[in-house]
Write a protein that binds this ligand. Structure first.
Ligand code: ATP
Ligand code: MG
Length: 557
């Protein structure tokens, strides 16, 4: 299956196409991450949408760091977000920071005060919550709501000058404490935080809130379509209120779409951070993490992530996507372009008793359907390893691999027949003694004799020992943390299996970090970009194969 390159046609693209037909403007979108963690696959959905839709319409997409909360943000995250976007292959026309606009935002706040649409409130956090009311009951006006414009200007200027402690005062928009939409009940727009900011240092001790910052940053940058996730739908009236009340000529259109959630994992920076901080995973780049840096280390390609984002499409309904959809995207991307090699994950020694020479070289193509990928020579010898799982002393009916007295095909080599089984004192199988048929070289018997199984192998003396890391789902429940449980209790204790003594064919000796291979019959693997070295190769399993081996067996029959 080839990855489809067709442009999706979703409701957002339809709106934009219609707008471009009826009005004259250049499309400008933005991706606005808060630099408070590493990006995950959910962010990729927003990234692909914003950058692709801009490119499809000869528009621009900006990268804007939404950096208004210095207590959680860090330059480490800024750098990682840029690196992730580059890796995905996207370039932004402009790099912006909400903090670039602190001065302008402050001026807008002053303007709101001057037109009596904002006031300085002295209620504390708890009181503000109580006064806010509930979904069923209207809120109550703050006792500070009727301060005069002069008083508000004076207090806000002094808040900025650092005369008050954190939490002592806030600036609130004056909208409607009885509004059905709670977001309109005099939301906070500025709070005091005596904290240095990663971009502005100690210049500010009042910081604007998200809802105030976001719409104004969009307007300042000339964003035409502000695409965000569904939880901001209820904030849209507020987004529009700020722009209308301040009479800003540029009024971007906010359109919401459903967040991506994937089953058997979590998709929130806060939760991912909790896993990292509690050492429940080995860092943000742990290959089990749904972070882009983790998926990159695991071996996912940018193409597969983009294909996945296109496939799942955009809707207005929050649904959970099967992790299998993501796995299919990486399989279809890797299948046509990845070299096939042989690796034995759990080795079982096989001595071919009647093999007359020490070794010989056999040619093996790198790809069954693409001769342009070439071939390599693999060494066949008297002692080889096969997969422990490819032998059963007492095979059930449908087991077509090796068993006592049974003949199988060794991929690219010969037919072998198992003659005897050697065990240790614990009755564990440690070696098989086999014979081979020299006439079957290349994989078929001149007498037309058929074998049902084909298995992979490596030569004992020529193979390289490698560590192979197999990954399974990070959680063993489809929706970790559902029903108010701690999501961490749903962690899968077997999400990683380390095989320190696997054997890979000699051609992998010079495999480089991030290089991907298909280990025949096992799956797709990637050289780990942190722990692998020339002395010790380490491979991550990206994903298992599905039906591909069944096909090979069939075609050999
Ligand atoms: P998190 O809860 O993981 O921190 P967030 O929405 O707070 O997510 P931001 O850094 O604010 O993270 O997100 C930047 C952009 O990415 C926003 O426009 C946001 O809507 C979008 N985004 C975040 N998570 C997802 C997701 N799961 N699916 C689609 N878009 C997402
Ligand atoms: Mg956030």
């Amino acid at each position: 299956m080839q990855i489809s390159k067709s442009i999706p046609n979703d409701f957002i693209r339809q709106i934009i196409t219609e707008d471009l037909k009826t009005k004259t403007f250049q499309l400008v979108t933005r991706f606005p991450p808060e630099p408070n963690g590493y990006l995950h696959i959910g962010h990729a959905k927003s990234i692909c949408l914003n950058f692709d839709v801009a490119a499809e319409n000869s528009g621009h997409c900006y990268l804007r760091f939404d950096d208004t909360n210095p207590s959680k943000e860090d330059l480490e995250y800024v750098e990682s977000i840029k690196a992730d976007l580059n890796w995905l292959g996207y370039t932004w026309t402009k790099l912006c920071y909400s903090s670039d606009y602190f001065e302008q935002l402050y001026d807008y706040a002053i303007e709101l005060i001057k037109i009596n649409k904002a006031y300085v409130c002295g209620l504390n956090g708890e009181e503000i919550r109580q006064y806010r009311g509930t979904l069923k009951e209207p809120g109550k006006n703050s006792p500070y709501r009727e301060r005069t414009v002069e008083e508000n200007l004076d207090l806000f200027t002094r808040m900025k000058a650092g005369e008050f402690a954190d939490g002592e005062l806030v600036l609130r928009a004056k909208i409607d404490m009885a509004a059905a939409n709670i977001n309109l009940r005099d939301p906070i727009i500025y709070r005091i935080k005596h904290l240095p900011h990663q971009m502005t240092g100690n210049k500010w001790c009042v910081y604007p809130m998200y809802d105030f910052t976001h719409c104004l940053s969009d307007a300042i940058e000339g964003i035409t379509h502000s695409l965000c996730t569904l939880e901001f739908e209820d904030h849209r009236p507020l987004y529009d209120w700020f722009l209308d009340t301040l009479q800003i000529p540029c009024h971007p259109q906010q359109i919401e779409f459903a967040r991506l959630s994937l089953n058997y994992t979590v998709m929130s920076k806060r939760k991912l951070q909790e896993l990292v901080e509690n050492n429940l995973v080995n860092g943000w780049d742990d290959p089990r993490m749904p972070t882009l840096i983790g998926m990159r280390r695991r071996g996912y390609t940018p193409e597969s992530i983009k294909d996945f984002c296109n496939k799942i499409g955009l809707t207005k309904n929050n649904t959970s996507i099967e992790i299998g959809v993501l796995e299919n995207s990486i399989r279809s991307d890797l299948d046509p372009k990845t070299a096939r090699v042989m690796a034995v994950l759990k080795p079982l020694r096989v001595v071919i008793e009647n093999y007359p020479v020490e070794a010989e070289q056999l040619e093996a193509p790198y790809h069954p359907n693409d001769p342009s990928m070439g071939s390599r020579l693999i060494t066949f010898s008297k002692v080889i390893y096969i997969e422990q799982d490819d032998f059963l002393e007492e095979p059930p009916k449908k087991f077509f691999r090796l068993a006592p007295g049974r003949e199988v095909r060794l991929r690219y080599a010969y037919f072998i027949t198992c003659q005897s089984v050697i065990k240790n004192e614990n009755s564990e199988i440690i070696e098989l003694r086999c014979t081979y048929d020299p006439a079957t070289k290349g994989g078929s018997a001149p007498d037309g004799r058929k074998v049902k199984g084909t298995i992979h192998w490596v030569s004992e003396t020529h193979a390289i020992t490698a560590e192979i890391r197999l990954y399974d789902r990070l959680f063993n429940q489809p929706n970790p943390g559902a029903n108010g449980t701690d999501f961490k209790t749903a962690l899968n204790p077997n999400s990683i299996t380390i095989l320190p003594n696997s054997k890979v064919e000699a051609s992998l000796a010079n495999a480089e970090a991030n290089q991907r291979f298909q280990f025949e019959r096992q799956g797709y693997f990637c050289v780990d970009n942190v722990d692998s070295s020339a002395e010790k190769l380490v491979f991550n399993r990206i994903v298992t194969l599905r039906d591909s081996w069944a096909k090979i067996e069939k075609s050999n029959r």
